[in-house]
Design a protein around this ligand. Sequence first.
Ligand code: SAH
Ligand code: SF4
Length: 356
Amino acid sequence: MDTRAAELASKLAEEHALALFEYGYLAARLGDAELRDELASLARAVREPIYGHGVFIRGLIEFSSFCTNDCLYCGLRASNAACERYRLEPEQILACTEQGYSLGFRTFVLQSGEDPQYSDERLCAIVSAIKGAHPDCAVTLSVGERTRESYRLLREAGVDRYLLRHETADPAHYARLHPASMSWDRRMRCLYDLRDLGYAVGCGFMVGSPYQTPAALARDLAFIQEFRPEMCGIGPFVPHHATPFADRPSGTLEQTLGLLSIIRLIHPFVLLPATTALATIDPCGRELGMEAGANVAMPNLSPAGVRTRYALYDGKACTGDEAAECRRDLDRSLESFGYRVVIDRGDPRGVTRGQA
Ligand code: SAH
Ligand code: SF4
Protein backbone atom coordinates (compact mmCIF):
# COMPACT_ATOMS: atom_id res chain seq x y z
CA MET A 1 0.00 0.00 0.00
CA ASP A 2 1.48 3.39 -0.89
CA THR A 3 1.87 5.99 1.85
CA ARG A 4 -0.61 8.39 0.29
CA ALA A 5 -3.36 5.72 0.19
CA ALA A 6 -2.63 4.78 3.82
CA GLU A 7 -2.84 8.45 4.84
CA LEU A 8 -6.16 8.89 3.03
CA ALA A 9 -7.62 5.78 4.66
CA SER A 10 -6.77 7.08 8.16
CA LYS A 11 -7.99 10.57 7.30
CA LEU A 12 -11.31 9.10 6.14
CA ALA A 13 -11.62 7.04 9.34
CA GLU A 14 -11.05 10.15 11.47
CA GLU A 15 -12.88 12.83 9.54
CA HIS A 16 -15.50 10.76 7.65
CA ALA A 17 -14.95 12.97 4.61
CA LEU A 18 -12.49 13.38 1.75
CA ALA A 19 -12.18 15.67 -1.24
CA LEU A 20 -13.31 14.46 -4.67
CA PHE A 21 -9.75 13.91 -5.94
CA GLU A 22 -8.90 11.97 -2.78
CA TYR A 23 -11.81 9.59 -3.36
CA GLY A 24 -10.56 9.23 -6.94
CA TYR A 25 -7.10 8.32 -5.63
CA LEU A 26 -8.50 5.58 -3.38
CA ALA A 27 -11.01 4.30 -5.97
CA ALA A 28 -8.18 3.78 -8.46
CA ARG A 29 -6.22 1.66 -5.96
CA LEU A 30 -8.79 -0.86 -4.74
CA GLY A 31 -6.90 -3.62 -6.56
CA ASP A 32 -4.35 -3.36 -3.72
CA ALA A 33 -5.17 -6.10 -1.18
CA GLU A 34 -3.27 -4.38 1.60
CA LEU A 35 -5.26 -1.17 1.13
CA ARG A 36 -8.55 -3.13 1.12
CA ASP A 37 -7.58 -4.93 4.32
CA GLU A 38 -6.74 -1.64 5.97
CA LEU A 39 -10.05 -0.06 4.86
CA ALA A 40 -11.98 -3.14 6.04
CA SER A 41 -10.37 -3.14 9.45
CA LEU A 42 -11.03 0.59 9.89
CA ALA A 43 -14.64 0.05 8.70
CA ARG A 44 -15.21 -2.78 11.20
CA ALA A 45 -13.76 -0.61 13.96
CA VAL A 46 -16.25 2.23 13.29
CA ARG A 47 -19.18 -0.21 12.90
CA GLU A 48 -18.37 -2.19 16.05
CA PRO A 49 -19.56 0.29 18.73
CA ILE A 50 -22.75 1.02 16.76
CA TYR A 51 -23.94 -2.33 15.41
CA GLY A 52 -21.47 -4.87 16.82
CA HIS A 53 -21.73 -8.15 14.93
CA GLY A 54 -25.51 -7.89 14.50
CA VAL A 55 -26.96 -8.10 11.01
CA PHE A 56 -30.37 -6.64 10.16
CA ILE A 57 -32.45 -8.64 7.70
CA ARG A 58 -34.97 -7.31 5.21
CA GLY A 59 -37.38 -9.61 3.41
CA LEU A 60 -37.33 -8.77 -0.30
CA ILE A 61 -40.58 -9.25 -2.20
CA GLU A 62 -40.20 -8.83 -5.95
CA PHE A 63 -43.83 -8.25 -6.84
CA SER A 64 -43.74 -7.32 -10.54
CA SER A 65 -41.25 -7.90 -13.33
CA PHE A 66 -43.02 -5.53 -15.72
CA CYS A 67 -41.04 -2.40 -16.49
CA THR A 68 -41.64 0.52 -18.83
CA ASN A 69 -38.03 1.70 -18.54
CA ASP A 70 -35.20 0.50 -20.70
CA CYS A 71 -32.04 0.74 -18.59
CA LEU A 72 -29.34 -0.77 -20.80
CA TYR A 73 -27.93 -3.02 -18.06
CA CYS A 74 -31.11 -4.65 -16.76
CA GLY A 75 -32.79 -7.90 -17.77
CA LEU A 76 -36.23 -6.48 -16.96
CA ARG A 77 -35.82 -3.65 -19.49
CA ALA A 78 -38.92 -3.10 -21.64
CA SER A 79 -37.16 -4.11 -24.86
CA ASN A 80 -36.28 -7.54 -23.53
CA ALA A 81 -39.15 -9.41 -25.19
CA ALA A 82 -37.86 -12.72 -23.85
CA CYS A 83 -38.31 -11.66 -20.21
CA GLU A 84 -41.15 -13.64 -18.62
CA ARG A 85 -43.29 -11.04 -16.90
CA TYR A 86 -45.42 -11.65 -13.81
CA ARG A 87 -47.30 -9.71 -11.21
CA LEU A 88 -48.13 -10.83 -7.69
CA GLU A 89 -51.67 -10.24 -6.49
CA PRO A 90 -52.03 -8.27 -3.24
CA GLU A 91 -53.01 -11.50 -1.44
CA GLN A 92 -49.79 -13.15 -2.63
CA ILE A 93 -47.73 -10.20 -1.40
CA LEU A 94 -49.47 -10.40 1.97
CA ALA A 95 -48.84 -14.12 2.13
CA CYS A 96 -45.10 -13.43 1.62
CA THR A 97 -45.14 -10.99 4.52
CA GLU A 98 -46.98 -13.53 6.72
CA GLN A 99 -44.37 -16.13 6.05
CA GLY A 100 -41.59 -13.57 6.45
CA TYR A 101 -42.98 -12.43 9.79
CA SER A 102 -42.94 -15.97 11.13
CA LEU A 103 -39.33 -16.29 9.98
CA GLY A 104 -38.37 -13.22 12.01
CA PHE A 105 -38.47 -10.49 9.38
CA ARG A 106 -39.56 -7.07 10.67
CA THR A 107 -38.84 -5.10 7.49
CA PHE A 108 -40.32 -5.89 4.10
CA VAL A 109 -38.90 -4.44 0.92
CA LEU A 110 -41.39 -4.33 -1.93
CA GLN A 111 -39.52 -4.08 -5.21
CA SER A 112 -40.59 -4.08 -8.85
CA GLY A 113 -39.90 -2.71 -12.29
CA GLU A 114 -41.64 0.56 -13.11
CA ASP A 115 -45.08 -0.96 -13.59
CA PRO A 116 -47.91 1.54 -14.18
CA GLN A 117 -50.45 -1.13 -13.18
CA TYR A 118 -49.46 -0.44 -9.60
CA SER A 119 -51.21 2.90 -9.30
CA ASP A 120 -50.86 4.97 -6.14
CA GLU A 121 -54.22 3.66 -5.02
CA ARG A 122 -53.24 0.02 -5.46
CA LEU A 123 -49.85 0.40 -3.82
CA CYS A 124 -51.29 2.40 -0.92
CA ALA A 125 -53.88 -0.34 -0.32
CA ILE A 126 -51.17 -3.03 -0.25
CA VAL A 127 -49.00 -1.00 2.13
CA SER A 128 -51.96 -0.26 4.45
CA ALA A 129 -52.84 -3.94 4.54
CA ILE A 130 -49.27 -4.92 5.47
CA LYS A 131 -49.04 -2.21 8.13
CA GLY A 132 -52.48 -3.20 9.45
CA ALA A 133 -51.42 -6.84 9.81
CA HIS A 134 -47.96 -6.02 11.16
CA PRO A 135 -47.84 -2.63 12.85
CA ASP A 136 -44.45 -3.52 14.30
CA CYS A 137 -42.87 -3.87 10.85
CA ALA A 138 -41.26 -1.33 8.54
CA VAL A 139 -42.18 -1.20 4.87
CA THR A 140 -39.62 -0.15 2.29
CA LEU A 141 -40.54 0.54 -1.32
CA SER A 142 -38.22 0.22 -4.29
CA VAL A 143 -40.41 0.87 -7.30
CA GLY A 144 -38.44 3.53 -9.14
CA GLU A 145 -39.20 7.09 -10.12
CA ARG A 146 -42.64 8.50 -9.34
CA THR A 147 -44.08 11.97 -8.91
CA ARG A 148 -43.65 13.86 -5.67
CA GLU A 149 -47.41 13.57 -5.15
CA SER A 150 -47.21 9.82 -5.51
CA TYR A 151 -44.36 9.63 -2.99
CA ARG A 152 -46.42 11.83 -0.66
CA LEU A 153 -49.45 9.54 -0.83
CA LEU A 154 -47.34 6.44 -0.29
CA ARG A 155 -45.65 7.99 2.70
CA GLU A 156 -49.07 8.88 4.10
CA ALA A 157 -50.17 5.28 3.59
CA GLY A 158 -47.35 4.19 5.89
CA VAL A 159 -44.25 3.54 3.76
CA ASP A 160 -41.23 4.11 6.01
CA ARG A 161 -38.27 3.87 3.68
CA TYR A 162 -37.48 4.09 -0.03
CA LEU A 163 -34.64 2.61 -2.03
CA LEU A 164 -33.77 4.41 -5.24
CA ARG A 165 -30.22 3.90 -6.37
CA HIS A 166 -28.84 7.00 -8.02
CA GLU A 167 -26.94 4.51 -10.30
CA THR A 168 -24.11 6.99 -10.98
CA ALA A 169 -23.45 10.52 -9.77
CA ASP A 170 -21.86 11.40 -13.11
CA PRO A 171 -24.51 12.65 -15.58
CA ALA A 172 -22.37 11.72 -18.63
CA HIS A 173 -21.95 8.19 -17.29
CA TYR A 174 -25.70 8.02 -16.56
CA ALA A 175 -26.40 8.89 -20.20
CA ARG A 176 -24.33 5.90 -21.35
CA LEU A 177 -26.27 3.48 -19.14
CA HIS A 178 -29.78 4.69 -19.94
CA PRO A 179 -31.87 5.60 -22.98
CA ALA A 180 -32.31 9.29 -23.82
CA SER A 181 -35.85 9.16 -22.40
CA MET A 182 -34.42 8.73 -18.89
CA SER A 183 -32.95 11.65 -17.01
CA TRP A 184 -30.26 11.87 -14.34
CA ASP A 185 -31.74 15.15 -13.10
CA ARG A 186 -35.13 13.54 -12.60
CA ARG A 187 -33.66 10.63 -10.67
CA MET A 188 -31.75 12.99 -8.38
CA ARG A 189 -34.89 15.12 -7.95
CA CYS A 190 -36.74 12.00 -6.79
CA LEU A 191 -34.12 11.34 -4.10
CA TYR A 192 -34.47 14.87 -2.73
CA ASP A 193 -38.30 14.65 -2.88
CA LEU A 194 -38.20 11.41 -0.90
CA ARG A 195 -35.95 13.00 1.68
CA ASP A 196 -38.20 16.07 1.99
CA LEU A 197 -41.21 13.85 2.54
CA GLY A 198 -39.63 12.21 5.56
CA TYR A 199 -38.63 8.83 4.17
CA ALA A 200 -35.48 7.08 5.27
CA VAL A 201 -33.78 7.09 1.90
CA GLY A 202 -31.38 4.68 0.24
CA CYS A 203 -29.28 5.62 -2.77
CA GLY A 204 -26.58 3.49 -4.38
CA PHE A 205 -24.88 2.31 -7.52
CA MET A 206 -23.50 -0.68 -9.37
CA VAL A 207 -19.80 -1.40 -9.07
CA GLY A 208 -18.03 -2.01 -12.37
CA SER A 209 -20.91 -0.89 -14.57
CA PRO A 210 -19.87 -0.31 -18.19
CA TYR A 211 -17.87 2.92 -18.71
CA GLN A 212 -17.41 3.44 -14.96
CA THR A 213 -14.09 5.12 -14.14
CA PRO A 214 -12.40 5.91 -10.80
CA ALA A 215 -13.43 9.54 -11.45
CA ALA A 216 -17.10 8.49 -11.72
CA LEU A 217 -16.76 6.43 -8.52
CA ALA A 218 -15.22 9.45 -6.80
CA ARG A 219 -18.36 11.41 -7.69
CA ASP A 220 -20.52 8.60 -6.26
CA LEU A 221 -18.61 8.72 -2.99
CA ALA A 222 -18.71 12.52 -2.82
CA PHE A 223 -22.44 12.41 -3.48
CA ILE A 224 -22.96 9.85 -0.72
CA GLN A 225 -20.91 12.04 1.63
CA GLU A 226 -23.05 15.05 0.84
CA PHE A 227 -26.49 13.42 0.61
CA ARG A 228 -26.07 11.40 3.80
CA PRO A 229 -28.44 8.56 2.89
CA GLU A 230 -29.85 6.43 5.70
CA MET A 231 -29.19 3.36 3.51
CA CYS A 232 -26.83 2.70 0.64
CA GLY A 233 -27.15 -0.22 -1.78
CA ILE A 234 -24.11 -1.12 -3.81
CA GLY A 235 -23.39 -4.36 -5.62
CA PRO A 236 -21.42 -5.49 -8.63
CA PHE A 237 -22.81 -5.02 -12.11
CA VAL A 238 -23.56 -8.51 -13.46
CA PRO A 239 -24.33 -8.87 -17.18
CA HIS A 240 -27.67 -10.13 -18.44
CA HIS A 241 -27.53 -12.08 -21.71
CA ALA A 242 -30.45 -10.24 -23.37
CA THR A 243 -29.16 -6.69 -22.87
CA PRO A 244 -26.75 -4.49 -24.84
CA PHE A 245 -24.20 -5.12 -22.06
CA ALA A 246 -24.34 -8.92 -22.36
CA ASP A 247 -20.60 -9.17 -23.12
CA ARG A 248 -19.38 -6.79 -20.45
CA PRO A 249 -17.48 -8.20 -17.48
CA SER A 250 -19.04 -8.26 -14.00
CA GLY A 251 -17.88 -5.82 -11.37
CA THR A 252 -15.35 -7.42 -9.06
CA LEU A 253 -15.66 -8.71 -5.51
CA GLU A 254 -12.53 -6.80 -4.53
CA GLN A 255 -13.68 -3.42 -5.79
CA THR A 256 -17.13 -3.88 -4.21
CA LEU A 257 -15.62 -4.79 -0.84
CA GLY A 258 -13.27 -1.80 -0.93
CA LEU A 259 -16.16 0.54 -1.71
CA LEU A 260 -18.35 -0.95 1.05
CA SER A 261 -15.58 -0.17 3.54
CA ILE A 262 -15.20 3.39 2.24
CA ILE A 263 -18.96 3.99 2.52
CA ARG A 264 -19.00 2.66 6.09
CA LEU A 265 -16.15 5.07 6.90
CA ILE A 266 -18.01 8.02 5.33
CA HIS A 267 -21.17 7.30 7.33
CA PRO A 268 -20.55 5.09 10.36
CA PHE A 269 -24.32 4.73 11.00
CA VAL A 270 -25.40 3.94 7.43
CA LEU A 271 -27.51 0.81 6.84
CA LEU A 272 -25.34 -1.00 4.33
CA PRO A 273 -26.46 -4.25 2.71
CA ALA A 274 -24.24 -6.97 1.38
CA THR A 275 -26.35 -7.48 -1.74
CA THR A 276 -27.57 -10.53 -3.65
CA ALA A 277 -25.41 -9.42 -6.61
CA LEU A 278 -22.36 -9.73 -4.35
CA ALA A 279 -23.49 -13.22 -3.27
CA THR A 280 -23.96 -14.01 -6.97
CA ILE A 281 -20.36 -13.31 -7.99
CA ASP A 282 -18.86 -15.07 -4.97
CA PRO A 283 -20.31 -17.85 -2.77
CA CYS A 284 -19.05 -16.02 0.33
CA GLY A 285 -19.92 -12.58 -1.04
CA ARG A 286 -22.48 -11.82 1.64
CA GLU A 287 -20.19 -12.72 4.53
CA LEU A 288 -17.17 -10.98 3.00
CA GLY A 289 -19.40 -7.94 2.59
CA MET A 290 -20.04 -7.97 6.36
CA GLU A 291 -16.30 -8.26 6.96
CA ALA A 292 -15.87 -5.17 4.78
CA GLY A 293 -18.33 -3.16 6.90
CA ALA A 294 -21.85 -4.06 5.71
CA ASN A 295 -24.57 -4.76 8.33
CA VAL A 296 -27.71 -5.67 6.38
CA ALA A 297 -28.82 -8.72 4.38
CA MET A 298 -31.87 -8.82 2.13
CA PRO A 299 -32.93 -12.42 1.57
CA ASN A 300 -35.59 -13.16 -0.99
CA LEU A 301 -39.15 -13.76 0.22
CA SER A 302 -40.72 -13.86 -3.25
CA PRO A 303 -42.57 -17.10 -4.03
CA ALA A 304 -40.01 -19.62 -5.33
CA GLY A 305 -42.06 -19.99 -8.54
CA VAL A 306 -41.39 -16.42 -9.70
CA ARG A 307 -37.83 -15.90 -8.47
CA THR A 308 -36.08 -16.83 -11.72
CA ARG A 309 -38.39 -14.50 -13.63
CA TYR A 310 -37.17 -11.45 -11.72
CA ALA A 311 -33.90 -11.59 -13.60
CA LEU A 312 -32.12 -8.26 -13.38
CA TYR A 313 -28.91 -10.14 -14.28
CA ASP A 314 -27.80 -13.69 -15.03
CA GLY A 315 -27.06 -16.32 -12.37
CA LYS A 316 -28.81 -14.53 -9.49
CA ALA A 317 -28.04 -16.27 -6.19
CA CYS A 318 -30.71 -18.01 -4.10
CA THR A 319 -33.37 -18.31 -6.84
CA GLY A 320 -34.07 -21.98 -6.10
CA ASP A 321 -34.53 -21.94 -2.34
CA GLU A 322 -37.69 -21.56 -0.34
CA ALA A 323 -37.72 -18.56 1.99
CA ALA A 324 -37.28 -20.68 5.11
CA GLU A 325 -34.31 -22.47 3.58
CA CYS A 326 -32.72 -19.15 2.61
CA ARG A 327 -33.14 -17.87 6.14
CA ARG A 328 -31.54 -21.00 7.67
CA ASP A 329 -28.61 -20.85 5.24
CA LEU A 330 -28.13 -17.19 5.98
CA ASP A 331 -28.02 -17.80 9.74
CA ARG A 332 -25.53 -20.60 9.34
CA SER A 333 -23.19 -18.81 6.98
CA LEU A 334 -23.27 -15.54 8.94
CA GLU A 335 -22.60 -17.43 12.16
CA SER A 336 -19.55 -19.09 10.64
CA PHE A 337 -18.11 -15.58 10.19
CA GLY A 338 -19.07 -14.50 13.72
CA TYR A 339 -22.23 -12.54 12.84
CA ARG A 340 -25.79 -13.02 14.06
CA VAL A 341 -29.16 -11.99 12.69
CA VAL A 342 -31.05 -9.43 14.79
CA ILE A 343 -34.85 -9.70 14.96
CA ASP A 344 -35.67 -6.02 14.78
CA ARG A 345 -36.97 -3.40 12.34
CA GLY A 346 -33.41 -2.13 12.12
CA ASP A 347 -34.33 1.53 11.90
CA PRO A 348 -31.71 4.11 10.97
CA ARG A 349 -29.71 5.17 14.00
CA GLY A 350 -27.64 8.18 14.89
CA VAL A 351 -27.77 11.53 13.23
CA THR A 352 -27.01 10.79 9.64
CA ARG A 353 -28.29 14.10 8.33
CA GLY A 354 -27.16 17.62 8.85
CA GLN A 355 -23.84 16.77 10.47
CA ALA A 356 -20.79 18.76 9.54
N1 SAH B 1 -37.06 -0.61 -10.94
C1 SAH B 1 -36.54 -0.11 -9.71
C2 SAH B 1 -36.16 -1.19 -8.73
C3 SAH B 1 -35.70 -2.49 -9.30
S1 SAH B 1 -34.13 -2.49 -10.07
C4 SAH B 1 -35.35 0.79 -9.96
O1 SAH B 1 -34.74 0.69 -11.03
O2 SAH B 1 -35.05 1.59 -9.08
C5 SAH B 1 -33.09 -2.39 -8.63
C6 SAH B 1 -31.62 -2.18 -8.92
O3 SAH B 1 -31.07 -3.32 -9.58
C7 SAH B 1 -31.28 -1.04 -9.86
O4 SAH B 1 -31.28 0.17 -9.15
C8 SAH B 1 -29.90 -1.44 -10.36
O5 SAH B 1 -28.86 -0.75 -9.67
C9 SAH B 1 -29.82 -2.94 -10.08
N2 SAH B 1 -29.54 -3.69 -11.31
C10 SAH B 1 -30.24 -3.69 -12.46
N3 SAH B 1 -29.60 -4.42 -13.41
C11 SAH B 1 -28.46 -4.90 -12.82
C12 SAH B 1 -27.37 -5.70 -13.30
N4 SAH B 1 -27.32 -6.13 -14.55
N5 SAH B 1 -26.39 -5.99 -12.42
C13 SAH B 1 -26.45 -5.56 -11.15
N6 SAH B 1 -27.43 -4.79 -10.66
C14 SAH B 1 -28.44 -4.46 -11.49
FE1 SF4 C 1 -36.70 -1.23 -14.89
FE2 SF4 C 1 -35.33 -0.87 -12.59
FE3 SF4 C 1 -34.49 -2.60 -14.47
FE4 SF4 C 1 -34.33 0.01 -14.96
S1 SF4 C 1 -33.22 -1.12 -13.34
S2 SF4 C 1 -35.09 -1.56 -16.38
S3 SF4 C 1 -36.17 0.74 -13.94
S4 SF4 C 1 -36.34 -2.74 -13.26
